[in-house]
Design a binder for this molecule. Structure first.
Ligand code: NDP
Length: 283
């Protein structure tokens, strides 16, 4: 058996084509959705992520504004920029690219973004809304994964989903979103004593750890849907996920590749949140 490849590039394109129609309709009414991205410092990976986000906005007609600040910028200046963007009616979404330099308080920054423009879905107001099932903006990576599961008709209700990782941006919101759809959810971390005891029972496994090959075939139930969030750069320069891809292919029912699985969906959901924010601001 070979797993069905869950093609994030393909699903992204289908969703982006639909989004472009929504943006075109807004442009016809003289409205242009806008996203502002703040990038602090010169982190190479962050620069690539921001470049990809800006290009994705451009490709469907969303106005993007990039604000680059030096690595030693005082926290106060970042906060002032955020207040200005919060008050700018042409900006519907605000994103601060993480990680931030150590002298900047990440929580303070995230909570200064207006919850109405928090297209990453990290503000505690939006996190609380998600916990109670009333989210305005879902965090982009788990939201993209939910869209992939839906596109491929992978059942969630009544299934056992195992999420490996408990970060605020992936693991925790992922677990909540699966729970909301009726899955029985286990969350595993570095403290979990016997990880494979959980994963071998899972109908859906989402791995968000950041360690190459940490989930291999012997840990996967036959036919399970395996979603690989990890992005790891090997010494030879190649990009791999957290799943031992070749061995998992022989056991899993569905499998996301890296690259080309979850990554493109994360950016697509950022576009979705920005368009939604623009639509909601005009209701
Ligand atoms: P974090 O480092 O914040 O979290 C990693 C989690 O993995 C932690 O909860 C940690 O547990 C857990 N963990 C570490 N080792 C083990 C282990 N041996 N067994 C079980 N759990 C373990 O990472 P992120 O959530 O931010 O990102 C995870 C990966 O996903 C990274 O590779 C990142 O680059 C990638 N990523 C990809 C995105 C995409 O769009 N494709 C978007 C965001 C992230 P503990 O809490 O106990 O330390």
């Amino acid at each position: 058996m070979s797993a069905v490849l869950v093609d994030g590039k393909l699903v992204s394109q289908v969703l982006r084509d639909k989004m472009k129609c929504r943006v075109d309709a807004m442009l016809d009414r003289g409205v242009k959705p806008g996203l502002a991205v703040i990038l602090v410092g010169e982190n190479a990976a962050s620069q690539v992520y921001v470049r990809n986000k800006v290009a994705a906005c451009d490709s469907i007609g969303i106005q993007s504004t990039e604000i680059r600040l030096p690595v030693d910028v005082p926290e106060r200046v970042v906060l002032e920029n955020l207040v200005q963007l919060n008050n700018d009616p042409t900006v519907n979404g605000i994103l601060v690219q993480l990680p931030l330099p150590a002298h900047i308080n990440e929580n303070l920054i995230l909570e200064t973004i207006s919850p109405e423009k928090d297209v990453d879905g990290f503000h505690k107001v939006n996190v609380g809304a998600m916990v109670t099932g009333n989210a305005k903006f879902y965090p982009c990576t788990p939201h993209g994964i939910m869209m992939l599961l839906d596109f491929y008709g992978i059942p969630i209700e009544g299934q056992h989903a195992v999420v490996i990782g408990r970060s605020n941006i992936v693991g925790k919101p992922m677990a909540l979103m699966l729970l909301e759809k009726g899955a029985t959810v286990s969350i595993c971390t570095s403290k979990t004593a016997d990880l494979s005891m959980f994963t071998r029972q899972a109908d859906i496994v989402v791995v968000a750890v950041g360690k190459p090959n940490m989930l291999e075939a012997s840990m996967i139930k036959k036919g399970a849907a395996v979603i690989d969030v990890g992005i790891n750069r090997l010494e030879n320069g190649s990009l791999v996920g957290d799943v031992d891809y070749q061995s998992a292919l022989t056991v899993a029912g569905f499998l996301t590749p890296v690259p080309g699985g979850v990554g493109p969906m994360t950016i697509t959901m950022l576009l979705e949140n920005t368009i939604r924010s623009s639509e909601m601001s005009r209701c």
